[in-house]
Design a protein around this ligand. Structure first.
Ligand code: FES
Ligand code: FES
Length: 188
């Protein structure tokens, strides 16, 4: 019988646990079977396609994604995690508003069946957040997008529109490239 652990984490800003769970439980099972967070998609189940990637927010290393299908809860114990359910922003009334990346995917018709989309959203969100702290020249954006999304497989082959959408967000959002500084820098 699998050993059990007391699991606690912050998921989408909410404290979860302590929960007594099998130590070998994968994160995707916790999300879908125990927490009813079903937006994270299980596809290959082998850490290959990136459909299931979720964000880990690490105060030292920064944010990065991991495949929830092969990442055990023991490894995520005590960590802060975001899933696709935690990406949308909120309007003044507290209703969900798609993030800039989510809006761009809609506007560009980036996805077809959408099975891979949560993983793409999470990877692109991490890239945008990294650029907020460390903008890059516009001529490096293409490579940065390719690198950030490289591990993500879309079986409907919508790659070009995904990449275009992320590139557009980066080039149009002040503060993400050195040629388009944030508004406060512009004023100074
Ligand atoms: S479902 Fe996790 S990487 Fe494919
Ligand atoms: S939109 Fe169908 S797998 Fe990507």
């Amino acid at each position: 019988m699998a050993e059990r652990i007391n699991f606690s984490a912050t998921i989408n800003g909410q404290k979860v646990g302590p929960m007594n769970l099998p130590q070998d439980l994968m994160m995707i099972e916790l999300l879908q079977e125990y927490l009813n967070l079903t937006g994270t998609r299980l596809s290959c189940g082998q850490g290959v396609c990136s459909a299931c990637r979720i964000i880990v927010d690490d105060p030292v290393r920064g944010s990065y994604t991991v495949p929830a299908c092969v990442t055990g809860i023991a490894w995520l114990n005590g960590k802060s995690v975001r899933t696709i359910e935690g990406i949308a922003e909120q309007d003044d009334q507290g209703s969900p508003l798609p993030s800039a990346i989510q809006k761009a995917f809609l506007e560009h018709f980036s996805f077809q069946c959408s099975y891979c989309t949560p993983g793409f959203v999470n990877a692109a969100t991490v890239l945008v957040e990294q650029l907020e702290g460390s903008p890059i020249p516009a001529d490096k954006v293409e490579d940065a997008v390719l690198e950030a999304l490289d591990a993500h497989i879309c079986r409907c082959t919508g790659y070009v529109r995904y990449y275009q959408a992320v590139r557009d967000v980066i080039l149009k959002t002040p503060g993400l490239t050195t040629e388009n500084p944030a508004a406060t820098e512009r004023a100074s």
